[in-house]
Design a protein around this ligand. Structure first.
Ligand code: NAP
Length: 462
């Protein structure tokens, strides 16, 4: 047990950070939680990643608001751990630190032309249309007729859907005003969606696939040959039935039966297709793709190149092949798996190494970039379980600094303008009022300086 209240810092105010805070504050013991975020705004990917046309998924923030209302909860936004306050300093102020910083970068394709102008990561596009301050200077040239989206996960579905949506429908969402204007002027009419394996191995979930078929302006084109299952897939499905894959195959067959109805945009699904090279004179003009066949491999059904190549003319490429976490200064990192090495959420000095006392990890930086928002709840509960077990076992070091106000004083002395929960509530109200003008749930402020200006005005009551 600890002498006074158990004091925990959580770094990263996305879903896993909030679920960790929630579980800690529900304990039948005195716990104080400080939740830090490098942005002035909370909610991580719920604000900056979840598609604007998925408001139901975003409504999970109501749960997080309840967590924030707990008297032992404090929010410290606009604070970058590892820069404004070091990992070692956090140790001096808290019994435990939970790192829940997510995965802020992307996997690469490692093919020629990947970095040509016009080739972007899905993350950049998603961050841009969702108003994430890091991505507002990105420009996407939507004057081209064709775009290629690489990967068939749910992020690829989001990107495809946003490109193919009716802008009048997007206007009713919290998509940023600048993204909406750009999408209204978009000339993109064909979106090629590339899956390197077959439809039975696609990473998207069925509701997201079905949504493509519900877009009023877009036909979904499926190649009949892609739906003929190969022997490796048939054997794999027989050995381990996969409900989601069956549902996806049924939906795709439905798209094929419906056929092309002459809508102004086309989503062309191409399975068994890998991008080999992105080519063009100073910018993306085409993607050379290779055909694959499937065979059973050590990690399941895998794609093998047949050698056949095709050129897909396109002016834009969105690489949507998964996120990748970045290391945090002062915290161990497993470069190979791109996670903080851990055992049941206890940070390890290296993969299979010794435990680092007082450091814990939750969410994508713990398990990798997979799962839906709700997946983070059991993940965070497991981590907090380990933390509480260690507290009970007397394995946590008493913080050197016992004054709860000292961390704020330290940050303020360094000139860090800490954003508190009340500040965020003022910003939230401002954004919602601004959104109401166009009939949208909110109009996000996309610049950190502007966010702070709104907060300062609210503090002064002006
Ligand atoms: P993901 O689900 O891991 O999908 C990545 C896709 O990229 C897979 O189709 C993968 O194919 C493909 N890929 C990887 N490397 C490739 C390569 N070198 N060449 C071609 N294709 C490659 O990742 P994500 O879409 O970024 O999503 C991340 C997580 O967020 C997922 O768990 C997702 O479900 C979740 N999410 C959920 C929602 C929602 O619930 N609506 C929305 C967005 C994201 P292979 O399978 O062959 O590796």
């Amino acid at each position: 047990m600890t002498a006074g209240p158990l004091r925990v810092a959580i770094i990263g105010a996305g879903p896993s950070g909030f679920y960790a805070a929630d579980h800690l504050l529900k304990q039948d013991r005195q716990v104080e939680v400080d939740l830090f975020d490098r942005l002035p705004t909370p909610y991580g990917l719920v604000r900056g990643g979840v598609a604007p046309d998925h408001p139901k998924i975003k409504s999970v923030t109501r749960v997080y608001e309840k967590v924030a209302a707990h008297p032992a909860f404090r929010f410290f936004g606009n604070v970058t751990a590892g820069r404004d306050v070091s990992a070692d300093e956090l140790r001096r102020h808290y019994h435990a630190v939970v790192w829940s910083v997510g995965a802020e970068s992307d996997r690469t394709l490692d093919i020629p032309g990947e970095d040509l102008p016009g080739s972007h990561t899905a993350t950049e596009f998603v961050g841009w249309y969702n108003g994430h301050p890091d991505f507002q200077n990105r420009r996407f040239d939507l004057t081209h007729e064709a775009a290629v989206v690489v990967g068939v996960g749910n992020v690829a579905m989001d990107v495809t859907r946003i490109l193919a949506s009716d802008p009048d429908d997007l206007a009713k969402t919290d998509i940023t005003a600048s993204a909406l204007a750009a999408l209204r002027a978009s000339k993109v009419r064909t979106i090629h969606l590339l899956g390197r394996r077959g439809p039975a191995q696609a990473a998207f979930t069925n509701p997201e696939l079905k949504e493509l078929g519900e877009l009023p302006l877009a036909d979904v084109v499926v190649r009949p040959e892609d739906l003929e299952l190969d022997p490796a897939t048939v054997a794999a499905l027989a050995a381990s039935p996969d409900r989601e894959a069956e549902k996806n195959l049924k939906t795709l067959r439905g798209f094929l039966e419906r056929g092309v109805e002459g809508r102004p945009r086309r989503i062309e699904l191409r399975f068994l297709t890998s991008p080999l090279r992105i080519e063009g004179d100073g910018r993306v003009e085409r993607v050379i793709v290779g055909a694959n066949r499937l065979e059973a491999g050590p990690r399941g059904v895998q794609a093998v190149a047949t050698g056949a190549e095709t050129s897909l003319p396109a002016g834009l490429v969105f690489r949507s092949v998964g996120y990748r976490a970045l290391p945090v200064s002062g915290v161990p990192f497993d470069e190979r798996r791109a996670v903080i090495p851990n055992r049941l959420g206890r940070v390890l000095a290296a993969a299979e190494g010794a435990e680092v006392p007082g450091f814990y990890v939750a969410g994508w930086i713990k398990r990798g970039p997979s799962g839906i928002i709700g997946t983070n709840k059991p993940d965070a509960v497991e981590t907090v379980g380990s933390l509480l077990e260690d507290a009970d076992a007397g394995a946590l070091v008493e913080p050197a600094v016992t004054d709860r106000g000292a961390i704020l004083a330290l940050l303020e002395a360094r000139g860090v303008e800490v954003v508190r929960w009340g500040d965020w509530q003022a910003l939230d109200a401002h954004e919602c009022a601004a959104g109401a003008v166009r009939g949208a749930p909110r109009e996000k402020i996309t610049d950190t300086g502007e966010m702070l200006a709104v907060i300062r005005r609210a503090r002064q009551g002006t």
